[in-house]
Design a protein. Structure first.
Length: 151
């Protein structure tokens, strides 16, 4: 049977898939449609969702995550604001994590906001603290998730 399986593999007729174990995912985002979007992409995994800075700190203090997704603008008034409101945006969590090197050291951190300026500030803070973080604009996020955590 092993020889037949090997030949089928080489010819592309035998679909061998290795299932991955469930992962723990954290999402900071105020948009409930995105909550559903992430739940579909991480079906079978454990997903914790916060829509504000305080709740995000609670989750990130208590649990270990494989993946952390951070949005920048968490209130409707942030979307087109001329001034920054760092205490109530994803930037507050990026800075909070940057100042706490003992928390979430092994997590993959992705900033997925449509606010590119806010995203870059968040990524810079995290990287300056030695964290692995990247900005992935939301429209490109589905492919990035598929590449990292394919099921």
């Amino acid at each position: 049977m092993g020889i037949l399986r090997g030949v089928l593999n080489k010819l592309g007729f035998h679909n061998v898939r290795a299932e991955r174990n469930p992962i723990r995912v954290f999402l900071l985002d105020d948009d409930t449609r995105r909550h559903d979007w992430f739940a579909k992409r991480f079906k079978g995994d454990h997903l914790d969702v916060a829509d504000d800075v305080e709740r995000a700190r609670e989750f990130l203090s208590r649990n270990l995550y494989d993946a952390i997704f951070l949005d920048h603008d968490l209130l409707p008034e942030h979307y087109h604001a001329e001034e920054t409101d760092d205490e109530n945006t994803g930037y507050a969590i990026a800075l909070w994590l940057a100042l706490r090197p003992e928390l979430q050291r092994a997590s993959t951190i992705m900033v997925h906001t449509r606010n590119a300026d806010g995203a870059m500030r968040m990524v810079e803070e995290l990287r300056r603290a030695g964290r692995q973080a990247e900005y992935v604009p939301f429209p490109l996020l589905a492919q990035k998730i598929k590449n990292y955590w394919h099921r």
